[in-house]
Design a protein around this ligand. Structure first.
Ligand code: SAM
Length: 315
């Protein structure tokens, strides 16, 4: 762990600020500190009379931020925690009825390239993949050791949308009878050898999808997001804004469906003379379509390509 080598270029930063509209004296929560790009911009905007609470599951992000030269006189309240617990974390730190919450769901460049946790298939590392190694949750190697062939196939299909999930799962189960699959290079070999010869030149795409699927499962990423969204909305003052940036189509679907449902009013059948469901819209959707990185950002940072931003205003 080398927190002072922590690196991450914030994605869609200008767009995040455009949708959050932070002003002097306001109160914000950055649910995913990472390299601190959003947090620093929020601290600058709310100035000394505002407040910012920033969390990250990864203690390295918190440590690295504390070591960084500060760009603002205001310090954020820093908490190592899971954004699925945002309601209790906010309450414990005196944050309620905030002006905005932002979450940049995914992983930092540090976690991908330097943390040594086997998140990238490009480095020979142990297959850990946990964002928070302080809890005794199963690692990626544990999932490969204990899940059945059927369970692995399902995991790779649902979270990785990988066409060759079945043969990859079958070969993992076969390989583990000879030796434990604990390193990224072993998994890359299994994936590559599971593909038909004609598509082996595209093995990197399959590796990316399988590694992503394992990471999502290890960290419970979709469950975290599902739990986070309603609680983040609950923390907003009327007129407050929730901005979410995602990098995966499954996450984007969860955010989109949640926002549509929160923006929907009465759901009574059209032939009812008056409303009996009592449902009123909680939010106004600010992004009819997801916002993506523009050409200038893409030229600077190719990792911004899959990013999609959606935002709502609390009514
Ligand atoms: C893409 S980075 C955030 C980058 C940040 N916006 C910036 O400007 O540098 C995503 C961060 O979210 C963290 N993270 C992932 N899942 C989390 C969770 N459930 N709760 C809190 N943080 C989480 C990761 O550890 C990572 O540091």
């Amino acid at each position: 762990m080398i927190p002072n080598s922590y690196k991450h270029t914030p994605v869609l930063l200008q767009e995040v600020l455009e949708y959050l509209q932070p002003k002097v004296g306001e109160v914000f929560i950055d649910a995913t500190l990472g390299g601190g790009g959003y947090t620093e911009a929020l601290l600058g905007a709310v100035a000394s009379t505002g407040k910012v609470l920033s969390l990250d599951l990864d203690i390295d992000a918190i440590r690295a931020f504390k070591l960084k030269p500060q760009t603002s006189n205001l310090k954020p309240v820093l908490v190592q925690g899971n954004f699925k617990d945002i309601a209790s974390i906010a309450q414990a730190n005196g944050f309620s009825k905030v002006n905005g919450v932002v979450a940049d769901i995914g992983l930092s460049s540090y976690e991908l390239d330097d943390a040594g946790r086997g998140i990238s298939f490009k480095h020979d590392e142990p297959l850990d993949m946990r964002f928070d190694a302080s809890v005794a949750n199963p690692t990626a190697a544990d999932l490969l050791a204990f899940k059945s062939e059927v369970e692995l196939t399902k995991l790779f299909t649902e979270y990785g949308e990988e066409r060759y999930s079945r043969s990859i799962a079958r070969n993992i189960v076969r390989k583990r009878t000879e030796e434990a699959v604990t390193r990224t290079t072993q998994l890359v070999d299994i994936i590559t050898n599971s593909l038909p010869r004609a598509v082996r030149h595209k093995a990197q795409d399959s590796c990316r999808r399988i590694f992503q699927a394992l990471r999502i499962a290890v960290n419970g990423e979709l469950e975290n997001l599902r739990q986070f969204l309603p609680d983040a909305l609950g923390l907003l003052a009327p007129g407050g804004r929730l901005v979410v940036v995602v990098f995966h189509s499954l996450e984007d679907r969860i955010v989109k469906q949640f926002f549509v449902q929160a923006a929907t009013g009465c759901v009574c059948p059209a032939n009812f003379p008056h409303c009996v469901c009592g449902k009123t819209p909680q939010v106004q959707i600010l992004t009819r379509r997801p916002v993506s990185a523009g050409e200038a950002e893409l030229a600077q940072n190719s990792r911004s390509r899959p990013a999609k931003l959606r935002a709502v205003l609390k009514l």
